[in-house]
Design a protein around this ligand. Structure first.
Ligand code: UD1
Ligand code: CA
Length: 488
């Protein structure tokens, strides 16, 4: 049985480069704060997770259930942050350390680093990867000598694997020469070191006993007096290399945040696609982490499904779904918005529909373009196909709501209900002044303003009678022409 794993997540920095009042690690990615992605991966490994906090400490604590916290009093660098966690660390066993700003790490990658540490005798293991532009990362310096002198840059790609006391690939004739590893930060690189493409991922495993001895001995770096976690990587160390660079990409600015979002979107969407969900486009659709999709659900180009939504039906292109349920066989057509809404099987809404909280479309109900529905049940087979507002209403089974119909639910003081009976017909451009009830089977003529209840099967019409005068149009035109002439 492997030793229990302790994990420390460094999340105390403000992240100045984000240019945001929100602490860097709280920036959301698919509905989950950046640091919570890291914690999720660690919890999947079964690690006991400790998070080092300072900036917006309360919000960071609230975002992370099931972990322990420790406070770093001042932002004195990554080494100081880990030092703050020292009182919570066990006396022995592996301690996995990661930053809170690498949200793309996976449990699989972390498992590989932990396994490499367990399989080597070194007290230190660090995960590395190679990048085209290493700017901003610490460079991995390997040396054959015990004084840690640099050897030439390693720019050649190599196969995945861990190199401990062996050269990468073991093919350069120095396969069994003991290796020392150290990390040089961007600001302290010599021009030669700056060329090194192999960089520090910020993911390490240390023996707890080593940390107890080495952390108190860290020395500050001028000019800011920061303590570097990377100074713990000195002497014999295991480097686990060959990772896909995107797994460990650090998010230091908003451009990297957007890149990370794109990668996570693809990753989440792919996983759903393998579960049988149909995606028009794996990159533009965004499915947030608390959403449930069902096999055969269909997600359109550029659709956003957020909150605690549950989708078995179809979400059309460029539609937004939040905290809503779309049952199998239901369709939210293109460019629609559903927030807190429920579409039962066979219900349809849109294109260009807006369903607000409490909108419930029962089986086969249809609301069409430019229809807004709030706190309203549209019962089986009822239709409101164009340009309508249904607020605080109950629309009976099979009722037909004409274009331009409005429920006047608000009198300036309070909201009132409108009840429309089964099979009722509401003519176009009707204003239903709530509270009001239109009985089952009743007919309301177009253009009416209904202020009193209409009994079942009655016909109500408030329209002003039409007045038609033959040939008046010609006379009006002649009169207007004469006026124009007179004014010249
Ligand atoms: C760090 C590494 C660098 C590595 C890179 C990988 C150091 C000195 N450098 O650089 O070698 O290539 O990560 O992404 O470690 N933090 C604290 N308290 C502090 C400072 C930072 O908790 O006082 C936290 C931050 O919130 C962040 C993490 O530590 O989550 C990393 O800090 P950051 O400033 O982003 O380090 P990098 O410059 O990226
Ligand atoms: Ca960083």
């Amino acid at each position: 049985m492997p030793a229990p794993l302790t994990a420390v997540v460094l999340a105390a920095g403000l992240g100045t480069r984000m240019r945001s009042p929100l602490a860097k690690v709280l920036h959301p990615l698919l509905g989950r704060p950046m640091v919570a992605w890291v914690v999720h991966a660690l919890q999947a490994l079964g690690a006991d997770v400790i998070v080092v906090v300072n900036h917006q400490e309360d919000a960071v604590r609230a975002a992370l259930p099931g972990v322990r916290f420790v406070r770093q009093e001042a932002p004195l660098g990554t080494g100081d942050a880990l030092r703050a966690a020292l009182p919570l660390l066990p006396d022995a066993g592996p301690v996995l350390v990661t930053a809170g700003d690498t949200p793309l790490i996976t449990a699989d990658a972390l498992r590989r680093v932990v396994a490499a540490h367990a399989g080597a005798a070194n007290p230190v293991t660090v995960a590395s990867f190679e990048v085209v532009d290493p700017t901003g990362y610490g460079r991995i310096i390997r040396s054959t000598s015990w004084d840690g002198g640099a050897e030439p840059p390693r720019n050649a790609p190599h196969t995945p694997g861990s190199s401990t006391s062996t050269a990468p690939g073991g093919t350069d004739g120095r396969a069994h020469v003991p290796r020392h590893v150290r990390i040089v930060e961007q600001a302290e690189c010599t021009p030669d070191e700056a060329l090194i493409a192999e960089v520090n991922s910020g993911v390490y495993v240390f023996d707890a006993a080593y940390l107890r001895a080495a952390l108190p001995a860290l020395a500050p770096h001028p000019p800011k007096g920061e303590f570097y976690l990377t100074d713990l990587v000195t002497g014999p160390a295991t480097v686990v290399s060959g990772f896909d660079a995107t797994l460990f990409a650090g998010v230091n600015d908003r451009a990297a945040l957007a890149d990370a979002r794109l990668i996570l979107r693809r990753r989440v969407n792919r996983a759903w696609a393998l579960q049988g969900v149909d995606f028009a486009d794996l990159e533009s659709a965004q499915i947030e982490v608390d959403v449930t999709l069902h096999p055969d659900a269909s997600i359109g180009l550029g659709a956003l499904v957020a909150g605690k939504s549950d989708v078995a039906g179809m979400v059309g292109p460029h539609s937004i779904v939040n905290d809503s349920t779309i049952a199998a066989g239901a369709i939210l057509h293109a460019h629609s918005i559903a927030v807190g809404a429920v579409l039962h099987p066979g219900a349809q809404a849109g294109p260009f529909a807006r369903l607000r909280p409490g909108a419930v479309l029962l089986e086969g109900a249809h609301v069409g373009n430019y229809v807004e529905v709030k706190n309203t049940t549209v019962r089986e087979g009822a239709k409101a196909n164009h340009l309508t507002y249904l607020g605080d209403a109950d629309v009976g089974e099979g009722a037909n709501i004409g274009a331009g119909t409005i429920t006047c639910n608000y009198d300036g003081f309070a909201k009132h209900r409108t009840v429309i009976g089964a099979g009722a017909f509401i003519g176009s451009n009707t204003a239903l002044v709530a509270p009001v009830t239109v009985g089952a089977g009743a007919i309301v003529g177009a253009g009416s303003t209904i202020t009193a209840d209409v009994p079942a099967d009655a016909v109500a019409l408030t329209r002003v009678p039409q007045k038609t005068t033959p040939n008046l149009a010609d006379k009006l035109r002649a009169r207007n022409r004469a006026r124009r002439e007179a004014n010249k």
